[in-house]
Design a protein around this ligand. Structure first.
Ligand SMILES: [Zn+2]
Ligand SMILES: [Zn+2]
Ligand SMILES: [Zn+2]
Ligand SMILES: [Zn+2]
Length: 365
C-alpha cells in the first residue's frame, strides 16, 4: 500500500535561488552568505558573535522565518544560527562553537511595509545600512571598526579586517572601484531553505512495531525479572556492552528510517515537539537546557541535520566542522524584553560511533 500521511514536522530543503530573493524584505529562510537581518537596528554586538572557544568571529550558518500566529509581537519572527569556522573548536559533545538569536516584530513596525511586498528583482533591497548601521564588509554583521586609511570600509573585528586586506582591500582602499569578493573562506555557500510538510508512507508502521518490540525488550531487561535472568545466564561485561551497542543502533536506525522518507532534508521544524536524535548518547535532560534570560524555560524549535554539511564545503579543511544534529531551543514565551536579538540555545549531538550520513549525490558547485 502506498498510502501516506502528513506528520506535524516541517522539513527544510536546500534550493539555489537568485540573491535578491533572499533580502530581508522577503523574510527568507536561508543558509550561507550573510545574514538577512529582521530587526535592522540593535543588531547583536561583535562580542556576542565571538566563538567562545577561539574568540574569532562566528560565521552565519542559517536562519528560519517562523512567525507565531497567536502572538502580535511575533507577526514576523526569525531565528538565526551562527557557528565557528575553525574545525579545532568542534570538540565531542561540546555546544561551544555555536550561537543562536531570535528576532521578532509586530506587523506595524519601522522597517517593513504592512502588506507583503511584490517580488521583483528591480525593487530596492532593505538593509541595516539604510538605518545608519555600520556593517562588516566581510561577514555582514555589525561593524563598528573602520579601516584606518580610507575611513570608509567597516569591520566587526581585526580578524575580518585582515582577511579583507588580503582579499584585495589593500589595492582598492581609498579608490572608488566596485569590488565584490565572495569571502569563500569565511562565508558558506548561500541557498534558500524551502519548507514542506513531512509525509510518511505506511512502510513506517512496520518499522515502528519493530522498534516497539526492541523497547519492550530493553524495558524487560531492566526489570527485576530481566535482571535475575541476566544473573542466571551469567552475562559477561562483553554481552552487556553488545546489548548497549544494539540499543544505540536502534536510535540510529530510527533516525535513518525517518530521514529516508525524504533523504535530502537538511532541517526539521517542530516547535514544542521532540528532536529526532541521531544517537542515544548525549541527549539533554531538561536541566541541561538553560532558561531564557526572562526566566521562562526554553523549548525545542528545530534541528539542523548533518545533510547540511554536504552543502557547506567544509570537508576540505582536514579535521572538519561536524555534527550529528544541532537542536535549537528557544524561549517558550517568546519574550520581548532585553536585547532585540534574544540569545537562544544550541545543543550539539555527535553521530556517535555510527557512520556519517551522506546523501547519495554530493553537491557540486
Ligand atoms: Zn572557534
Ligand atoms: Zn565581520
Ligand atoms: Zn580602507
Ligand atoms: Zn524569554
Amino acid at each position: 500500500m502506498a498510502a501516506s500521511s502528513k506528520s506535524d514536522v516541517e522539513l527544510g530543503f536546500a534550493e539555489k535561488t537568485h540573491g535578491w530573493r533572499l533580502n530581508s524584505k522577503y523574510f527568507p529562510c536561508k543558509f550561507g552568505g550573510k545574514p538577512s537581518w529582521l530587526h535592522l537596528k540593535n543588531l547583536p554586538l561583535p562580542e556576542s558573535l565571538q566563538c567562545s572557544c577561539c574568540k574569532n568571529p562566528y560565521t552565519f550558518l542559517l536562519q528560519i522565518y517562523a512567525p507565531i500566529n497567536e502572538l502580535k509581537t511575533c507577526f514576523h519572527r526569525t531565528v538565526f544560527v551562527f557557528c565557528c569556522r575553525s574545525a579545532e573548536c568542534y570538540k565531542p559533545n561540546s555546544n561551544l562553537p555555536f550561537a543562536a538569536f531570535r528576532s521578532q516584530l509586530p506587523r506595524k513596525n519601522d522597517y517593513y511595509s504592512y502588506h507583503p511586498p511584490t517580488e521583483s528583482e528591480d525593487s530596492k533591497p532593505v538593509n541595516p545600512v539604510d538605518f545608519e548601521q555600520r556593517m562588516c564588509e566581510v561577514c555582514g554583521c555589525l561593524g563598528p571598526k573602520r579601516c584606518g586609511k580610507c575611513h570608509e570600509t567597516n569591520y566587526c573585528s581585526r580578524n575580518h579586517q585582515m582577511i579583507d586586506w588580503k582579499e584585495g582591500h589593500k589595492f582598492s582602499c581609498g579608490k572608488d572601484e566596485g569590488r565584490t569578493p565572495e569571502y569563500k573562506n569565511v562565508l558558506f555557500p548561500e541557498y534558500e531553505v524551502v519548507i514542506e510538510t513531512e509525509e510518511l508512507n505506511t512502510a513506517e508502521e512496520t518499522d515502528k512495531s519493530e522498534e516497539d518490540k526492541m523497547r519492550d525488550y530493553s524495558e524487560f531487561m531492566k526489570s527485576e525479572q530481566g535482571k535475575s535472568m541476566l544473573r542466571n545466564e551469567d552475562m559477561t561485561q562483553e554481552d552487556l556492552e553488545k546489548m548497549a551497542l544494539h540499543e544505540e543502533d536502534v536510535q540510529f536506525k530510527k533516525f535513518r528510517e525517518r530521514i529516508n522518507h525524504e533523504p535530502e532534508q537538511i532541517l526539521r521544524y517542530d516547535r514544542g515537539g521532540e528532536p529526532l536524535w541521531i544517537s542515544s548518547k548525549h541527549i539533554p535532560k531538561s536541566n541541561d537546557i538553560p532558561l531564557c534570560q526572562c526566566g521562562a524555560p526554553r523549548i525545542f524549535e528545530f534541528q539542523i541535520l548533518p545533510q547540511l554539511l554536504n552543502y557547506l564545503h567544509v570537508d576540505s579543511l582536514g579535521a572538519s566542522i561536524d555534527w550529528g544534529t544541532l537542536a535549537i531551543y528557544t524561549c517558550s514565551k517568546n519574550c520581548d524584553t532585553g536585547p532585540v536579538y534574544h540569545p537562544e540555545f544550541v545543543w550539539k549531538q555527535e553521530c556517535g560511533d555510527t557512520p556519517k550520513i551522506k546523501t547519495e549525490d554530493t553537491v557540486s558547485q
